[in-house]
Design a protein around this ligand. Structure first.
Ligand code: ADP
Length: 663
């Protein structure tokens, strides 16, 4: 077995590889960019080396610096993780040249599968079925258009060098072909520096089913069953599961053997994934990923194997740990990617600090792979994935239920996430029935994306109970330490003379007053929908509450003047209008508009002294490759414009200020 390993990656995958390497007794070496100095993967490794600035192309993509770190640390081997340099044949070669073991396939296999077109040309000679299409060298527009007509519309144009769904265009009819080709080529050229494309028959209701394969250097090659990754958004995976719904043993064997044949055709070694697109009874090769996949944990959950351990054993020259017939398939597993993004704003990526972060309790059946912890930030430089949540159960239905439950336990304060979206997905009746194909989210997206709802009475009651508890604790503490603190007096609360407290909550535009009448064992709360008896035992952010006789568990996290209520798998934010301080409403009424994330101002649409209407666009910020328009929260006069177009701004920078509202 190898003795030491450098992990040429970051985030959850670096942490995950380090975990197995340590268990196997390897010394682990991390590399990190300036932005990742205090990142979890750096802390987890035995030693860590800086490799450059935050931008990936100046650090995690720098072959020379990573090789140098490997030499300096004396690492025997390099694990590339996924993304970054994991499918870079030059990197595999550079490792070999420096006498470092590359934990992955030979450079020749990476090259052979690196181009979708070349891979298909190679597999044409095998029995692996291909999607009807054209993947030739002649890239003349007339040739491609002719091939598209021959294949029959709709067709899919794909970048040969593609990945991540880039450079992909669906073309419904001949008259759209030329424009789609031009735009696919543009995107391919800018993303991959290579504008070659291939054309495939576009399948209208396909499933994405991929096979995990493994090969060693002793001539053994096996498949570890399939994963169904049909739940996608813009051709990107959202949820993965194993086994695939409706898969029969005969079909599994057929696809598994086709995948192994594809791997053998390129002299494969290590972990790889052969992706198929399946429709009805038929399946076709799409591409092979010559690395460990993001979704490998679902395979680990149903086989009980550690695929990183397999990788390290194979890289050490050992034979595969199991023969084909020994590979278990037990139960059902699902994985979702918990992202910092806002599903209600077309999945806009979110950046910021994870002020509060709680994952579901882990067990043999619930696994969390993450590279962050509470207090860490999700920045603009890397993928905004917070964690992968993986669950297992005896069967698919129980697994979907367990997943929904796990997502309901996720709590994040500081930035928006897709947790509620993922929970609703796991609960969607069509998903539960196993009716999955790549069009699922297009079909049901509206039902799955959570809608912004006004705060329910239940949410208001929970926030009120938590706030009353916090107030009474603060009052008790103040009485003993500082008799002059505002909390030590009952002013504003008048608990003593009236036996009640009035709390004001800001719910979006609404200001809601909740009156709490103090009783012997709890409160009577006057809520918008009526009066209800309520009490709660509070432990940190956790509440064991009784509302109207019903017991429920929830969480309320306070951050400054804001309460986030986590209840029943949804979260709701409320502003607390503290009567002893300035009302919360005034913070936005003061009209200080700040940058939601670091970025570049591309347009400034107003100047000092302008009068604006509510909702009027003020500035346009470009961040994370998207444009965000900052609009006026109310009508008013512009008091200040902080920056000019073209300027770079930090998160929280004051972009525009409106004049104080006349009271
Ligand atoms: P990338 O490498 O950019 O991720 P893939 O070739 O892996 O691209 O395809 C990504 C996704 O696009 C697939 O999972 C599937 O949903 C869809 N797709 C690919 N090829 C086809 C096709 N011929 N017909 C319909 N959908 C397809």
């Amino acid at each position: 077995m190898l003795k030491s390993l450098l992990i040429a990656n970051r985030g959850e995958i670096a942490c995950r590889v380090i975990r197995t390497a340590k268990r196997l007794g390897l010394r682990t070496v991390a590399v990190y960019s300036e932005a990742d100095r205090a990142a979890q993967h750096v802390r987890a490794a035995d030693e860590a080396h800086p490799i450059g600035p935050a931008a990936a192309r100046e650090s995690y993509l720098r072959i020379d610096r990573i090789i140098e770190a490997a030499k300096k640390s004396g690492a025997e081997a390099v694990h590339p993780g996924y993304g970054f340099l994991s499918e870079n044949a030059d990197f595999a070669e550079a490792c070999a040249k420096a006498n470092i073991v590359f934990v992955g396939p030979p450079a020749s296999a990476i090259r052979a599968m690196g181009s979708k077109s070349a891979a298909k040309a190679l597999l044409e000679k095998t029995r692996v079925p291909l999607v009807p299409g054209y993947h030739g060298d002649d890239q003349a527009e007339t040739k491609l258009a002719g091939e598209a007509s021959r294949i029959g519309y709709p067709v899919l144009i794909k970048a040969s060098a593609g990945g991540g769904g880039k450079g992909m265009r669906i073309v419904e009819q001949e008259s759209d072909f030329a424009a789609a080709l031009a735009s696919a080529r543009r995107e391919a050229a800018s993303s991959f520096g290579d504008d070659r494309v291939l054309i495939e028959k576009y399948l209208t209701r396909p499933r994405h089913i991929e096979i995990q394969v493994f090969a060693d250097s002793h001539g053994n090659a096996v498949y570890l069953h399939e994963r169904d990754c049909s739940i996608q958004r813009r051709h990107q995976k959202v949820l993965e599961e194993a086994p695939a719904p409706g898969m029969t043993p005969a079909r599994r064997k057929e696809m598994g053997e086709a995948a192994v044949a594809a791997a053998r055709a390129v002299g494969y070694r290590g972990a790889g994934t052969v992706e198929f697109i399946a429709e009805g009874e038929r399946f076709y090769f799409m591409e092979m990923n010559t690395r460990l996949q993001v979704e490998h944990p679902v395979t680990e959950m149903i086989t009980g194997q550690d695929l990183v351990e397999w990788q390290l054993r194979v890289a050490s020259g050992e034979a595969l740990p199991l023969r084909q017939e020994q590979i278990p398939l037990d139960g059902h597993a699902m994985e979702v990617r918990l992202y910092a993004e806002d599903p209600s704003k077309d999945f806009l990526p979110q950046t910021g600090t994870l002020h509060h972060l709680r994952f579901p309790e882990t067990s043999g059946d619930v696994r969390i792979d993450t590279g962050v912890t509470q207090g860490d930030a999700i920045g603009i430089h890397y993928d905004p994935m917070i964690a992968k949540v993986i669950v297992r159960a005896g069967n698919r239905e129980a697994c979907a239920r367990r997943l929904a439950q796990a997502m309901a336990e996720v709590e994040v304060v500081g930035l928006g996430t897709n947790a509620a979206f993922l929970k609703r997905l796991a609960e969607h009746p069509a998903f539960v029935r196993g009716e999955v194909d790549t069009g699922f989210l297009e079909r049901y997206g509206d039902e799955v994306v959570p809608k912004e709802q006004p705060a329910s009475d239940r949410v208001l009651a929970l926030a009120t109970l938590a706030k009353l508890d916090a107030i009474s604790r603060a009052a008790a503490a103040a009485r003993t330490t500082d008799p002059h603190s505002p909390w030590a007096t009952s002013r504003g609360w008048r608990l003593n003379d009236e036996g009640l407290a009035r709390l004001k909550w800001q719910d979006g535009e609404r200001l809601i007053e909740v009156t709490a009448h103090f009783g012997a064992d709890g409160y009577r709360l006057d809520l918008p929908g009526g009066s209800v008896a309520a009490s709660a035992a509070v432990d940190g952010s956790r509440l064991a509450a009784t509302i109207g006789g019903a017991a429920l568990a929830a969480s309320v996290v306070f951050r400054g003047e804001e309460a986030t209520v986590f209840d029943d798998g949804a979260s709701h934010r409320l502003g607390f209008a503290d009567p002893t301080r300035r009302a919360v409403g005034d913070a936005s009424a003061a009209g200080r508009l700040t940058a939601p994330m670091p970025g570049k101002l591309v347009q400034v649409l107003v100047k000092k002294g302008d009068t604006v209407e509510k909702g009027q666009p003020l500035v346009v910020l470009e961040a994370m490759k998207m444009e965000h328009t900052v609009k006026a929260p109310r009508a008013g006069k512009i008091a200040q414009v902080g920056y000019a177009a073209g300027e770079q701004v930090e998160e929280g920078a004051s972009l525009v200020e409106l004049e104080e509202k006349a009271q």
